[in-house]
Design a protein around this ligand. Structure first.
Ligand code: ATP
Ligand code: MG
Length: 564
């Protein structure tokens, strides 16, 4: 299951078949050059990770190159904060654009010149229709469009007007520049699409130099061509835009004509995957920022404890398809579980503590017991766990009146404490008023020390524990899916599907002493509870906070086994 990034193609990938064919035919003189083109209007999500793995992974597989290009053509929505976040997320995922960091805004001058060229070729015109009128003229899928009354403006007039647009002579919305193609085309994208609009807005990189901005559909193909991209991989919704992509490059006779290839977007159950929606969750304070551990953003997954490897592995298994589908979130969880199983140190944490006094253990005695850090990987070493008269176990590990199959602690029962001794429950102490169980009295058998070779008695249960005197306080946060599945909740407004129980904070947990040295972001398996990491944001010198990355139960492995 653990394959490297450059093995991405071992799974069905129709794009690589196309590239293999292109290489055979010496198309693009045998080069492979891709790009990842995010718009800096939000943080990256796991859907983008798929595109990143595909673009950078494909370049790597063919010894080619992959550029990072910010599509910053909409100054109203874009921010530098997002540019920096996107860069660090891509690096964290394990990819490198080397010296090929570009911005579409770097090409504003050239894009303008190409637009002038289109006008000179009589392939673009300035149109004064307002948005409503333009919609009416455009027609529908079943109804042809009509030519704009401004379509026959002379080349000279268009040149003057376009320059006027550039020089700020018109207000926003007064006019636009449109390509002159075919209002009767069955493809709406070819019905004289807008290529420039007026926006008197400050741009993060170009300041107030421009008051006209090129549209995405116009900017993208030209930027690809300028950068020498060979294969322009994009998601399926751009399929209908491809004829315009090709029309533009052919009309301008650009030397390098990249091949646009569309693939299916990644969708995952129980989540939302659109920057716009994620942004509204952040802006309305419904989550704790872009990196809330419930968010499907790269930064959220990172804070939750996902590893880059697990995300790459997930994108690899998902594969690249030509039709849209929804992937079970259990599969993503499976991938991180596999990685952490191999690499996370084991440790003990009590989420709901129950005090246990060991009556026959000497009052002041303390022992250091040896615990392995990983059951299958001795190279990860051991640690010392202090043991003493008072310990804590998990409240759920005791039942006064246990059902038949309950193999944990109960009155008169004996269990093993992991890496320590056998203990037997001799009495239960309850709160006089509420009747709640507040403490257990147990005895231990000194003969049964872990590692002593003792095996006279069989005990069925093994519990984790911490020593009262040595344990550290911690807050542990458990997570569930951020969204209720689409088939269940009200789907009109995605906010109605937010899972109210997606976070549970347990502020009074106790963890073993060795966690005092844990680093922010470090991963652990808490025995019997799952994989956790030290929260990077809320952990302080005084307070340890852990996020549960994923529980131990692998539902996806079960499902996929069943389907085999
Ligand atoms: P969103 O709708 O979430 O804002 P977007 O497509 O507008 O996504 P961009 O910043 O334009 O976001 O995307 C950069 C690249 O990532 C594009 O090439 C886009 O096709 C790709 N991408 C975005 N979402 C997904 C997804 N869910 N699966 C695969 N690729 C995606
Ligand atoms: Mg977009």
């Amino acid at each position: 299951m653990s394959k490297k990034i450059n093995d991405i193609t071992e799974h069905s990938n129709f794009i690589h078949k196309i590239i293999d064919e292109d290489l055979k035919n010496e198309k693009h003189s045998g080069r492979v050059h891709t790009r990842f083109p995010p718009e800096p209007n939000g943080y990256l999500h796991i859907g983008h990770a798929k595109s990143i793995c595909l673009n950078f992974g494909t370049a790597k597989k063919y010894n080619g190159l992959c550029n990072l290009r910010f599509d910053d053509t909409n100054p109203a929505r874009e921010e530098i904060e997002y540019v920096e976040a996107i860069k660090s997320d891509i690096k964290w995922l394990g990819f490198d654009w080397e010296d090929r960091l570009f911005f579409a805004s770097d090409y504003f001058e050239q894009l303008y010149d190409y637009a002038v060229q289109l006008i000179k070729l009589d392939k673009a015109f300035v149109c004064d229709l307002n948005a409503d009128e333009m919609r009416k003229y455009r027609g529908t899928l079943t109804e042809k469009g009509q030519n704009s009354p401004f379509r026959n403006r002379s080349i000279e007039e268009n040149l003057v007007l376009f320059e006027g647009m550039k020089n700020g002579e018109f207000k926003k919305g007064k006019c636009v520049l449109r390509a002159k193609i075919d209002m009767k085309s069955p493809n709406l994208n070819l019905r004289d699409p807008i290529i420039y609009r007026i926006l008197h807005a400050e741009h993060d990189r170009t300041g107030d130099k421009w008051c006209i901005y090129p549209m995405y559909d116009y900017t993208h193909p030209i930027s690809d061509a300028i950068e020498g991209i060979t294969h322009s991989l994009c998601s399926l919704e751009f399929e209908d835009h491809r004829p315009f992509y090709d029309w533009l490059l052919d009309t301008l006779k650009l030397k390098n004509h990249p091949q646009q290839i569309e693939f299916a977007r990644l969708n995952i159950t129980n989540t939302v995957m659109s920057k716009r929606k994620l942004r509204s969750l952040v802006e309305e304070g419904l989550v704790d920022g872009w990196d809330d551990p419930r968010m499907p953003t790269i930064s959220g997954l990172r804070r939750r404890g996902y590893t880059p490897k697990s995300i790459r592995e997930f994108c690899d298994i998902v594969g690249v398809a030509k039709s849209n589908s929804v992937v079970d979130i259990a599969m993503l969880e499976h991938c991180v579980r596999e990685d952490l199983d191999q690499n996370a140190k084991r440790g003990m944490a009590i989420l709901k503590p129950l005090r246990v006094v060991i009556e026959n253990y000497p009052e002041d005695k303390e022992e250091l017991l040896i615990a392995e850090n990983h059951p299958k990987n001795p190279e990860m070493g051991t640690r010392q766990m202090p043991f003493s008269k008072v310990i804590y176990i998990e409240h759920d590990d005791f039942l006064e009146d246990p059902p038949k199959k309950f193999f944990r602690l109960a009155p008169g029962r004996e269990v093993r404490l992991k890496h320590a001794y056998f203990i037997k429950c001799v009495s239960v102490i309850k709160d006089e008023q509420t009747g709640d169980i507040i403490e257990l009295r147990c005895t231990y058998d000194p003969e049964t020390k872990s590692g002593s070779g003792f095996n006279k008695r069989k005990v069925k249960g093994t519990l984790h524990w911490v020593s009262e005197k040595h344990a550290l306080k911690a807050e542990v946060r458990l997570y569930d899916n951020m969204m209720i599945d689409e088939s269940e909740g009200n789907t009109d407004d995605f906010k109605n599907r937010i899972n109210e129980k997606s976070i549970e904070k347990l502020p009074n947990c106790l963890v073993e002493q060795s966690f005092a040295n844990a680093e922010k972001g470090e991963h652990f398996q808490f025995l019997r509870h799952g994989y956790f990491c030290v929260d990077v944001k809320d952990t302080t010198k005084e307070k340890l906070v852990f996020n549960r990355t994923v529980s131990l139960r692998d539902t996806w492995a079960k499902i996929s086994k069943k389907n085999k």
